[in-house]
Structure formats: C-alpha cells, structure tokens
Write a protein that binds this ligand. Structure first.
Ligand SMILES: Nc1nc2c(ncn2[C@@H]2O[C@H](COP(=O)(O)OP(=O)(O)OP(=O)(O)O)[C@@H](O)[C@H]2O)c(=O)[nH]1
Ligand SMILES: [Mg+2]
Ligand SMILES: [Zn+2]
Length: 222
C-alpha cells in the first residue's frame, strides 16, 4: 500500500491552520505571514515598521528560525512582544507551532501579528498558518527572475515587497529590472500589491504602511 506521507502532513497542518484562522477572526486580529529567501530583509522591514508605526498600531511578532533567537531579540529591542519558534532543522513553520506561539502572545493588546517564516522561497508557500495574507519579500540583489523561477509564493501572496531599492539608487550593478518583476508577478497574480521599499533608508515605506493600516481597519470591521 502506498501512503502519501506528504499529503498527510499537509492535512494535519490544515487542521491547525483552521484553528489559528478561527482564533484570529474571533479576536479580529490581522495576521500576515512574511516569506522570502534568507537575508532579503524580513526582520529589518519588521523592525522599521514597528518603530515607525509605534504610536498608531500595536504589533506582535512570531519569529521562525531553524535555530537561534537572534531575530526575536532584534524585535524585542523595539519593545514589541516577539515569540521565537525554533524549527530544529525544518525549513518552514507549521500551523501547530504558530498555534502555540499565538497562545504566548498578548493577543488582546495587539492590532497586528506578523509571522516571519523561515528564510526559504519554496515550501513555506505550501504550509498555511491560518494567516489573513502572505507577504513575499524579494530584494534587488537576488535577481529579477525569481517570480518566474519560484512562481508559487508570488501567486499566493497578497503583497510583494521589493526590498533594498537603495542599492539601485546608489547605482549598484545588480541587473535588477523592477518593471520585469512587476510584469512577471502580475502574470501569476493580477491583484498583487507591489511596494518597492528600502528598510534601510525608509524609501517607499509609506505606501506599505497605508496598506497595513487599511487592512487592520478591514479586519476590525471599521
Ligand atoms: N542596503 C540595504 N540593506 C538591507 C535592507 N534591508 C535589509 N538589509 C540588510 O540585509 C541583511 C539581512 O537582513 P535581515 O533583515 O536580517 O534579513 P532576513 O530576511 O530577516 O534574514 P533571515 O531571517 O536570515 O532569513 C542585513 O545585513 C540588513 O542590514 C535594505 O533595504 N537596504
Ligand atoms: Mg530574519
Ligand atoms: Zn520546508
């Protein structure tokens, strides 16, 4: 008899994803699952977003990493609550891990929960965590062919953040054509919102913040 273990794992994950979704809906909290390859700038974007919006919204973070709590410590430096989940080698977060982390966040005090997934553009797109939306980050030094090469995550994300655009303004030779990325991402997902940003200089972040605040208002039914 052939047992499809991959399918079983995904089905078990779906159960927890549904629990998380119900909890978040009941509490009217927005939850975003942030996905990118290692080093695209997920933690840097979160750090800057938390600091810039601290007078407007309360943000909590679930940090997924294979090991270490480096990223959670970086977030805690902003005074925002952060729960580190170590996956012990696994290349994505599971909905069960997020379920446990949600229990340890002061969820009633928050407007928004970010999940920083393990740095990986591939399988995190298959594991629903119960989030309201996925946000994919692509930085300009990774190549403008990534939507074509890793289509699943671009097809499933509501937002694409093109990070490190300060490299382009500074004239770095990275051969990154933002227009090509926009066209290829929209071929996979015609409604995807695309914000070119720099977590370092803050360029472009206002449009991202406007989208976040509008999405929080929608999830709170305002
Ligand atoms: N120039 C520039 N550097 C950036 C920007 N955003 C992040 N970085 C740098 O890129 C490196 C990686 O950033 P992180 O925020 O740790 O990236 P990450 O996606 O969280 O990495 P992992 O959690 O390891 O997957 C750091 O050295 C950051 O300072 C940016 O907008 N511009
Ligand atoms: Mg990180
Ligand atoms: Zn994985």
């Amino acid at each position: 008899m052939k047992v499809n273990i991959g399918k079983k794992i995904l089905l078990a994950n779906e159960e927890y994803a549904l629990k998380n979704k119900q909890l978040l809906a009941e509490k009217k909290k927005l939850c975003l699952n942030m996905i990118s390859s290692p080093g695209s700038g997920k933690t840097s974007i979160l750090y800057r977003t938390i600091c810039d919006l601290k007078d407007k919204i309360k943000i909590g973070v679930i940090e997924g990493d294979i090991q270490t709590d480096i990223d959670a410590e970086r977030i805690r430096a902003t005074k925002a609550p952060a729960i580190q989940v170590n996956t012990d080698g696994a290349c994505h977060l599971s909905a069960a891990q997020v379920n446990k982390a949600l229990e340890n966040l002061p969820i009633n005090e928050l407007d928004l929960v970010f999940i920083e997934n393990v740095g990986n553009l591939v399988c995190p797109s298959d594991f629903e965590l119960g989030e309201n939306a996925k946000v994919v980050v692509l930085s300009v030094a990774e190549g403008d062919d990534k939507p074509v090469k890793y289509p699943s995550i671009f097809a499933k994300s509501e937002v694409l953040l093109i990070n490190k655009i300060d490299f382009l303004s500074a004239g770095a030779q990275v051969n990154f054509d933002i227009e090509r990325v926009k066209i290829d991402a929209r071929k996979l997902n015609k409604d995807i919102k695309i914000f070119p940003i720099s977590a370092t200089t803050g360029e472009g972040m206002t449009d991202w913040y406007d989208w976040l605040i509008e999405s929080i208002n929608n999830s709170q039914g305002n």
